[in-house]
Ligand binder design. Structure first.
Ligand code: XMP
Length: 514
């Protein structure tokens, strides 16, 4: 049976993954595709509905992102959001132009509750607006179903053709009843059944993995992070003893992490993973010697990782499948799904270098967002403390050490980070901060310790709150906690004489330092 699906057509807006997550929170599966996707391909996917996202362009400008007008004639419900709404109106004969008053932020919108889109929504509801252009007049056959003082057509519909357009962003949490609107679209308008649930996902995955793998051998890259742990346990449930998990300790993990991973997933732990730990710290430091450029470090770490696997695979014997913990945002961000630019290469996506001798790759979590991976993990019985671990990048401390990586710098950042995490936990802040860590800057400066002059490194503390990791705000940590961390780091970590707190949000910064 074909899985019911909503298609999200991506016009390059910053909230597009959020749209997908909200739809999935309604238990409806959806996928993101670029606006350049061929209409034939869209038809073949037989979507229950289509959502057109926001985007940075003006739809009336030459060369602006657009879609095939026949998309609106498919007989499939379409919901346009912001740019998507304007594009729908522009394409179907409405008038979109520069708004006399630009709306930005939380704005009260009056909605027509007789529209299916706004069923159960309050008559006046706070929505998130962010637009320079506006729909001056809706296309023929459309009626306005929401307005604000400055925006006569904040939403419009043509019920017979099942076409809906809204100027604001229901996917953003600031739109208080946004999820209700999206839920109305997928259930009341598209007629979805809502069959996307994690228990069913786990069950179906186990069945399809068994079918695909048969009696062949599987090798899994286990990093101890949430994604690979969930992937490994899922595989173990599906194929049992045919699975071997290799954990590469590349020397770029957090302090004591290698031992902790071994404790949980190793032979003395609760899972049957045929766990092999490979200690290749020195080999990675050697490969990274003298390398300063972040993308180059990522590439080297990624490639070396694969080489180690190859070697281990050979020892295990013939291996047919390699499991990777790729998740959906990796797919989208690597430019394979939607329209987002490739900002950083994530080394675990997009296949392996040519010379790798595994036959096939299995990516059992490729369709899932992070929160869904966590739910699947709990479903599989993985303990909460592992499932809710904070994210740790594949290239590890390699991208938390600005400039060249050396064993000594790894020690410094590991020790500082361990102190930081310990103090955050002691202050009871560990559950409320999204991601926090120490990073070693490449700056050395003069200080005094006792009677001696020092010329040592500065460590930066980072703490951010984020819903989707696409944007992030700096977390406010009480000064007393920061001061305690500073004191301890300077006293306990040789080689560091300055502690900085990073205030940068994302954008313009990123969460990691490289
Ligand atoms: P940035 O630094 O891009 O981070 O704001 C967003 C989230 O992604 C993680 N991250 C990575 N994860 N390989 C990974 O597996 C990478 O190269 C990488 N770079 C960033 C980062 O920890 C944060 O959670």
């Amino acid at each position: 049976m074909k899985r019911e699906k909503i298609l999200i057509i991506d016009f390059g807006g910053q909230y597009n993954q959020l749209v997908a997550r909200r739809v999935r929170e309604c238990n409806v599966y959806c996928e993101i595709y670029s606006y350049k996707t061929d209409l034939k391909k869209i038809r073949e996917m037989e979507p229950k509905g289509i959502i057109l996202t926001g985007g940075p362009n003006s739809c009336y400008e030459e060369g602006a992102a657009s879609c095939d007008p026949a998309l609106f004639e498919m007989g499939v419900p379409v919901l346009g959001l912001c740019y998507g709404a304007q594009l729908m109106m522009h394409t179907l004969g409405g008038h979109v132009c520069k708004a006399p008053v630009r709306e930005y932020g939380k704005i009260e919108v009056a909605v027509d509750r007789s529209s299916k889109l706004f069923g159960n929504v309050s008559e006046k509801t706070v929505c998130w607006m962010s637009h320079n252009d506006y729909i001056e007049t809706a296309a023929p056959g459309f009626q306005a179903i929401a307005h604000t003082p400055d925006c006569p057509v904040a939403a419009t519909q043509c019920e017979e053709r099942q076409l809906y357009a809204i100027q604001f962003h229901p996917e953003v949490l600031h739109t208080v009843e946004g999820t209700k609107m999206l839920s109305n679209f997928v259930y009341e308008i598209c007629g979805c059944a809502g069959d996307w649930k994690m228990d069913a996902f786990v069950e179906n995955s186990i069945r399809s993995i068994r079918e695909r793998v048969g009696s062949k051998k599987v090798l899994c890259a286990l990093s101890g992070g949430v994604d690979s742990s969930v992937a490994a346990v899922l595989m173990a449930k599906a194929v049992g003893d045919q699975l071997t998990c290799v954990f590469v300790d590349h020397g770029l993990l957090r302090k004591n992490e290698g031992d902790e991973v071994e404790e949980v997933f190793g032979p003395d732990g609760p899972y049957n993973l045929n766990f092999i730990r490979v200690n290749v710290q020195e080999r990675f430091y050697e490969r990274l010697r003298g390398v300063e450029e972040p993308e180059q470090k990522r590439k080297i770490i990624g490639e070396e990782f694969i080489r180690v696997f190859e070697e281990e695979a050979k020892k295990v014997g013939a291996v047919d499948f390699l499991v990777q913990g790729t998740i959906y945002p990796d797919v989208v961000e690597s430019g394979l799904g939607g329209e987002s630019a490739v900002i950083k290469s994530h080394h675990n996506v997009g296949g392996l270098p040519d010379c790798v001798d595994f036959q096939e790759i299995l990516e059992p979590l490729r369709d899932l967002f992070k929160d869904e991976v966590r739910k699947a993990g709990l479903e599989l019985g993985i303990p909460e403390r592992l499932v809710y671990r904070q994210p740790f990048p594949g290239p590890g401390l390699g991208i938390r050490i600005v400039g060249e990586v050396t064993a000594d710098k790894v020690r410094m950042v590991q020790d500082a980070d361990a102190i930081y995490r310990e103090e955050i936990a002691k202050a009871g802040l560990d559950k409320s901060i999204g991601q926090y860590f120490a990073a070693l800057t490449n700056m050395r400066s003069v200080g005094v310790m006792g009677d001696e002059r020092t010329y040592d490194y500065a460590v930066a503390l980072r703490a951010v709150n984020t819903i989707d990791f696409m944007t992030a705000e700096t977390a406010e940590i009480p000064f007393a906690v920061l001061a305690k961390v500073m004191n301890r780091v300077i006293n306990e970590v040789k080689g560091i004489n300055r502690v900085l707190y990073d205030l940068t949000s994302k954008p313009p910064g990123t969460i990691e330092f490289e």
